[in-house]
Design a protein around this ligand. Structure first.
Ligand code: ZN
Length: 288
């Protein structure tokens, strides 16, 4: 028991220092502004950090996710190329710093930050800056500049507090990391399921959460990382979450070793070191 606690503390600290050092040393990413329509733009880059999505209105900008702090200046500059309006709201799809790293800067500039209550709790636990004053549980609706923006929580997936942002009038969904798409690192492997167990993630619940989201009416999806894509691709990703779960469950039932399971996760499901670090013990524990 004592060893277990020590190991937990060690793993926690490892994760903490990993995130903090990633944040501190990272140079700004090379960003590009991609219009989806007249009002909605994606600030995209290869790899990490995650996508940021901006709704431009004449009452201010609503930004979904805000990358690392290192990217703050470049994001603001890109937004200035399309609007004079300030960022009024920053909505975080989840607590990870590559999606919430500029919160403190936007907050200082007058924006309100919004996320799920679970994501806020987790930010407090891992000592992140830029906490929101507002949180939501199941749904919230923001009215800004004549636009309607729905923030919706459907259950555990990548973390325990992932929300999606839905623009009903445009049939566009911003998914966060519960759906990543394509080869995020240039010619690297296709996006895989990263289950952040310490942050409340669940491979078992993930499929159900995606099923609920797929009931919404939308065609265009902004993934957490990767290029803007379609509902069809999101459905494909949903199928792969089910496949991942059944495959590992089957292997555990047959008594396969950790090594054999790791090999399958890396070889067939695109898991890399970060996926292993965040999700391996958790997935074995959850599916056993
Ligand atoms: Zn994430």
């Amino acid at each position: 028991m004592r060893t277990k606690i020590l190991v937990d503390v060690f793993v926690f600290l490892l994760g903490y220092f990993f995130t903090v050092s990633v944040q501190a040393q990272r140079p700004p990413a090379e960003l590009e502004l991609i219009p989806i329509n007249d009002s909605i733009y994606v600030i995209h880059n290869q790899g990490v950090p995650g996508n940021a999505t901006a709704l431009i209105t004449d009452e201010g900008v609503l930004l979904v996710d805000d990358k690392f702090e290192a990217d703050y200046e470049n994001m603001v500059e890109l937004l200035r190329s399309v609007t004079d309006q300030p960022v009024r709201y920053v909505v975080n799809t989840h607590y990870h710093q590559d999606h919430s790293g500029s919160n403190a800067r936007f907050k200082a500039a007058g924006a309100d930050i919004v996320m799920t209550a679970q994501a806020r709790e987790r930010m407090v636990e891992v000592n992140q800056s830029g906490l929101p004053r507002f949180t939501m549980k199941e749904s919230a609706r923001i009215h800004i500049g004549g636009e309607v923006v729905d923030l919706l929580y459907f259950g555990r997936a990548h973390t325990g507090g992932d929300l999606v942002v839905y623009f009903p009038d445009y049939q566009i969904l911003v998914a966060g990391d519960l759906f990543n798409y394509g080869a995020i690192f240039g010619d690297g492997p296709q996006a895989a399921q990263l289950v952040d167990y310490a942050g409340g993630g669940s491979v078992r619940e993930w499929t159900k959460t995606l099923d609920a989201i797929l009931m919404l009416g939308f065609e265009t999806v902004v993934p957490g990382h990767g290029i803007v894509t379609t509902k069809t691709e999101m459905r494909r990703f949903r199928d792969s979450t089910l496949e991942l779960r059944s495959r590992i469950q089957g292997m555990l039932r047959q008594g396969n070793s950790r090594e054999a399971i790791e090999q399958v996760l890396r070889g067939e499901f695109g898991w890399q070191d970060l996926h292993m670090m965040r999700g391996f013990d958790g997935i074995l524990g959850e599916l056993r």
